[in-house]
Design a protein around this ligand. Sequence first.
Ligand code: HSE
Length: 425
Amino acid sequence: MSKLIRLGFLGCGNIGGGVWHLLDAMHDEILRRDGIDVRVTKALVLSIPEARTDVPRGILTERADDILTDPEIDIVCEFMGGEQPAARFMQRALEHGKTVVTANKMALALNWDKLDAAARASGAGLYYEASVGGVIPVIRSLTVSLEADRVTQVMGIVNGTTNYILTRMTQEGSDYADVLADAQRLGLAEPNPAADVEGFDAAYKLSILTSIAFHTRVPYEKIYREGITGVTAADIAGGREMGYTLKLLAIGKRTGDEIEVRVHPTFLPDSHPLARVDGSLNAIFIQGDYCKDMMLQGRGAGDQPTASAICGDILYAAMNADRPTRPSFANTAEADPALTFCDDWRCRFFIRAEVEDRPGVLASVAATFAGEGISIDSVRQSSARDGRAWITLITHEAQEKAVRRAVAAFEGGPVRVESVIRAEG
Ligand code: HSE
């Protein structure tokens, strides 16, 4: 006997349309394979007359409560994006005992405690595989497959737009502004690109990812964030010459009760698996006590890959309605007070500076770094012109704050630091 599952869609744009098409095409196969008869029975749009969607017009509604409180709907699929009203609608659906499936990392990262509490109170499920890494099954890998392990580090390329821009800058030697404009023309970057290029999107995803990986709530506000808007073609070329590739990374590390979480442009050695993840692809590199190193890679956006992850959640929820998956930690708005969030992490640093070409300048650079206990790993100097030269150096692991102090010490002197970019791997 088959099990009927009725879905309500909140929003019917690109992602909702993708889910509609997948379910339409796969309905009979899913029914045969899994015994689940999935039907979309209502879909919320802003305006029915203006709605441009393949979803049948007969199921469209302009009233959210037609879906959120309808006792016939089993699962609410949220495709609205943005924090509000999406989070409020999801909370209301959960309070009415409806399982919620969402890809909305912003609404989830900022309201997870309230949504989790509502889900636990009513017994409903809350699923969000597509919120991080699109179709990459990283949430389920961490919550199920790696549940017995102790994950110590996650490092991800979790924003396809910025990876596309950095990849083209790397391959073509182009400037940021030119590639961004081209990506916007091709529809690969938003007209207002801030959420992607300033690292907000990656930070929401890192909050979700590290909370699950480290079994404790990692509030979004704890994440250090720097986007790619200041990256230049010269930075990328300087790194290339020294065997490094630039990526926007979302980095989470846990050592005992200390956590560091940061999103910023990062140089990786060309040999690192993440350095070879190009274009709009996403990938997450995980390290744990027992799993050692592993990497998951796939499409982080796009209607079909996202629909695949969302429909996977829908079927999982349908098959496990009596025992929904829950986070393994107390999902509080604030971080556990027993934890400390590190703001003086250790990593290597790539530094590019313009210097006066005269005796002793290089020695003074080395002395300033040495004074802060920073050791230089490698250095290159371009041939001088008009009495000025460029130096590019990579440090050994150093403290963040020591590097900031050293860079501040150069101000007003013969060394003009143009770029400081962190390096991992
Ligand atoms: N804007 C995101 C990206 C996709 O560029 O990867 C959705 O999270």
